[in-house]
Write a protein that binds this ligand. Structure first.
Ligand code: MCN
Ligand code: CUN
Length: 796
């Protein structure tokens, strides 16, 4: 028996830019999305939404809807209440109305549902439902909500006398006060990160199928975390967990939109139970944009204590988050404002203090992490805007100021001022690569020359480090469920395998990359490994995909389960080679006798032996499961540099160049990583330049369609220059990988805004809120003043 060592890249292992296997079916139109699921006898559900942002419901008359031929069921909050389902728990220890009973609390809130033979009948019937509303004053920003005489939005909650969701703080207040007493210079900044929406191509939806005979409930749905949904359905609907099967089929983009539990899911499930027929609900675009997955909408202000030479002595920060009517987004239980306190984690700052307040308003639930590990996007945006302002106040060079304050390579592990433990990185090196790529010194010269001729050029730097991979389970849980993840690997007798994990891909390419980890660990070619996710009847328990946790946690579990398989295969190899296990060595895909390397067996031969020729006493089969509880988060780092030219006549700005230097540790699939970065940068550009979803003074959502809420097309999207030469392996991840899925969306926005602000240097303008629209730039230039987003930042 002789086999050759394998070339890892050829078998699609670690580092191979393997083409995405899932794209075969997507580009042929053969994907299987929730709306593709068609079951015999299936009915269709539509939702009636509130036209008003805040109103008492005095009556709901559904008789005309019931009378429409083809209608099978009309659900109202009152009927939900008889099943104890009018309200449901949220992922942040709040409650949320499934269908409104007492009041409506945001425009677009779910009031009633109709289930009919087809979606058109259901929609028509919705329009026949007569609801009497008694309007209440709408609250559209935190400041209105905090007024002493503001109406209490959540009067349903016992003991809730105002609109405050939480007050939270972290850090060392007294120590920070002392740092400010010693400061030579104090730099301040205040800004609004506007409401944005992940807006995946596919909206949310579900097909619920309750079978009375078997008592089994199967739900096909657009969720990033199927096991969490299964547990929630078991608890809320009081169904036995083993009788619930959640299947998350192909997902047309998640971006955080598909983490929360939405009323439509719950209603379709109840309707299927009541009617004993499958019920499909597919949200329309406006429904998606008006009621689900809002992100950001947060006011940030802070100040930095500085020494003349540029050393940062400490910072204080306060945030006011507009959570909408229900505190419904997911966060680790311990932290009210997500991981906001990761702000400034890449900088060596001795002391800091952060306070955070959440406020209820008459808007759809907000605060969902949109391509962001629980509020890190806001944290990094404030950080890099503040760094720019502080460097300007000190009259220091932007790059030099950052470099002198970075945590140094030999300072890891590093405890941040607000309590995180960062473990690796080469921050200065990333910055240097970025500066060299953009040709920093030449650009500064060109900028000065251009300025003399009235041309406004600008350069913006942004850096980010993101805590990715929640957990570990000691610190991270959602509703008490600890955050870890899992992988299950079954190697069949012919050496082919099927791998399942507790994560759920929505476009990130798990079907491609997980097989590469198996190939790396076992030498089984990636094309011989099928990857399956999202079916709770077959996948091992896991917490799903968000916060770029899949590679850090589920990906680690894939490596660990492969190693378990390899350990058993080694015993089989010893048996086949008739030597003891200790005399065997491993090279990719092959065990061989150490003293006679030409004698070896392949992993495939071991697999066959596991079913046909195992040693006496050995349990047959070659299958295993690993649960992985990471010791820490992973901490990728990135530097983004943008150059722009601003037209002083119109305020229009164009991106000249964008350089991105990402260090996400070992890259499993470099091509997929680059795709993730480009996608994230494009979302960053959209947020910085054009996206605007807001509310007028009457609480109407402005931006609930793609005429008002803009998505950049290939035409507007700038070109990106990506750099991958800095690789700092994660010290605790089995293959040294760190997460990457969100980094560019997190760190990107500040680079664009900083570039425009840099172009305006010398005008005294300190801030223009996103989106940095041309009219805002024009206003800033013309009147030499800051431009706040709507609603204006309160000056107290
Ligand atoms: N990868 C890699 N090497 C690394 C890190 C990651 O090859 N060192 C690969 C992974 O194996 C995976 C992809 O890059 O195929 C992203 O991995 P990871 O950073 O672990 O992120 P997740 O898989 O957990 O994806 C979640 C992340 C989040 S939270 C949002 S939001 C987002 C994002 O991914 N939503 C997306 N990227 C998206 N991309 C698409 N196409 N669609 C979405 O909905
Ligand atoms: Cu952070 S949005 Mo993604 O976590 O699904």
């Amino acid at each position: 028996m002789t086999t050759q060592a394998l070339d890892e890249i050829k078998i699609g292992g670690l580092g191979a830019s393997r083409k995405r296997v899932e794209d075969d079916r997507f580009i042929r139109g053969k994907g299987n999305y929730t709306d593709d699921v068609v079951l015999p006898g299936m009915l269709h559900m539509e939702i009636l939404r509130s036209p008003l942002p805040h109103a008492r419901i005095t009556s709901i008359d559904t008789s005309k809807a019931w009378a429409l031929p083809g209608v099978h069921l009309v659900l109202t909050g009152e009927m939900m209440a008889t099943r104890n389902l009018a309200w449901m728990p949220t992922l942040s220890y709040d409650t949320q109305a499934v269908l409104a009973t007492d009041k409506v609390r945001f425009q677009g809130q779910e009031v009633a549902c109709v289930i009919a033979d087809d979606p058109y009948i259901a929609k028509d019937a919705c329009e026949l439902i007569e609801v009497d509303y008694e309007p209440l004053p709408p609250i559209v920003n935190p400041w209105q909500g905090l007024e002493p005489d503001a109406p209490v939005i959540r009067d349903d909650k016992e003991g809730q006398a105002d609109n405050v969701v939480y007050n939270w703080e972290v850090g060392d207040k007294a120590g920070t006060d002392r740092a400010f007493e010693q400061a030579d210079v104090v730099s301040k900044l205040e800004l609004h990160y506007p409401r944005s929406h992940p807006s995946p191509i596919e909206c949310c939806g579900s097909v619920a199928d309750f079978n009375r005979a078997t008592q089994k409930l199967t739900v096909y749905m657009t969720t990033q975390a199927p096991h969490i949904i299964r547990a929630a359905v078991a608890m809320v609907a009081e169904l036995p967990e083993q009788m619930i099967r959640i299947i998350s089929p192909d997902i047309g983009g998640g971006f955080g939109n598909k983490v929360p539990i939405y009323p439509g899911y719950v209603c379709s499930i109840l309707a299927s139970i009541l009617l004993e027929r499958p019920v499909k609900w597919i949200e329309d675009k406006t429904g998606n944009l008006i009621s689900t997955g809002f992100a950001r909408d947060i006011y940030l202000k802070g100040e930095m204590a500085l020494r003349k030479d540029g050393k940062i002595l400490g910072f204080r920060m306060h945030t006011d988050a507009d959570h909408g009517a229900f505190f419904a987004d997911a966060q680790p239980s311990k932290f009210k404002i997500g991981l906001m306190h990761s702000t400034f984690a890449a900088y060596d700052i001795p002391v800091a203090h952060l306070t955070a307040r959440g406020v209820y308003t008459n808007k759809a639930p907000g605060g969902v992490a949109y391509r962001c590990s629980f509020r890190v996007t806001e944290a990094m945006f404030f950080q890099e805007r503040m760094m720019q302002a502080a460097a300007d106040d000190l009259g220091l060079d932007q790059a030099a100021f950052r470099r002198m304050n970075f945590v140094r390579d030999d300072d890891f592990p590093h405890r941040t001022a607000l309590g995180f433990l960062t473990d690796s990185g080469q921050y200065a090196k990333c910055l240097d690569v970025g500066l060299a790529a953009i040709d920093y010194d030449s650009f500064r010269k060109e900028q000065a020359e251009a300025r003399k001729r009235g041309r406004l050029l600008g350069l913006g730097i942004s850096t980010m480090t993101e805590p990715l991979g929640a957990g570990n389970s000691r610190e991270y849980d959602i509703l008490g469920i600890k955050m870890f993840d899992s992988a299950d690997l079954k190697v069949h007798m012919t050496g082919k395998a099927i791998l399942r994990t507790g994560a759920k891909t929505q476009g990130q390419g798990h079907e491609t990359t997980w097989a590469q980890i198996v190939a790396h660990e076992l030498g089984i070619p990636a094309e011989d490994v099928t990857v399956e996710e999202g079916d709770t009847d077959t996948a091992p328990f896991g917490m799903g995909t968000y916060a770029s946790r899949s590679t850090p946690v589920a990906g680690a579990a894939v490596a660990m389960v492969s190693r378990k398989i390899r350990a058993k295969a080694r015993k089989l190899a010893a048996h086949l080679l008739e030597v003891s296990e200790e005399d065997i060595d491993w090279e990719l895909g092959r065990f061989y006798v150490r003293s006679a390397p030409s004698q070896g067996v392949s992993i495939q031969e071991c697999a066959m032996a596991a079913y046909s020729n195992m040693p006496d006493g050995m349990e047959p089969g070659l299958e295993n499961t690993a649960y992985y509880d990471p010791p820490n988060l992973t901490w990728p780092f990135a530097v983004y540099i943008v150059t722009v030219e601003v037209d002083p006549e119109t305020g229009v700005w164009d991106v000249l160049r964008m350089v991105a230097v990402d260090d996400c540790g070992v890259r499993i699939n470099p091509m997929i990583v680059e795709g993730q970065i480009m996608g994230g940068l494009t979302e960053a550009y959209a947020m910085a330049s054009m996206q605007f979803i807001t509310f007028d003074a009457d609480g109407n959502c402005v931006g609930s369609n793609y005429m008002d809420y803009l998505l950049p097309s290939a035409w507007e999207t700038p070109g990106y220059e990506l750099h991958s030469e800095v690789v700092t392996p994660c010290p605790h991840h089995p293959i040294g990988a760190k997460g990457i899925g969100e980094c560019a969306a997190v760190g990107g926005p500040a680079a664009f805004v900083n570039a425009v602000m840099d172009a305006l240097g010398g005008t005294g303008v300190r801030n223009i809120d996103m989106p940095v629209l041309p009219d805002r730039v024009w206003e800033a230039l013309t009147y030499r003043r800051d431009v706040a987003g709507y609603p204006p930042v309160r000056q107290d």
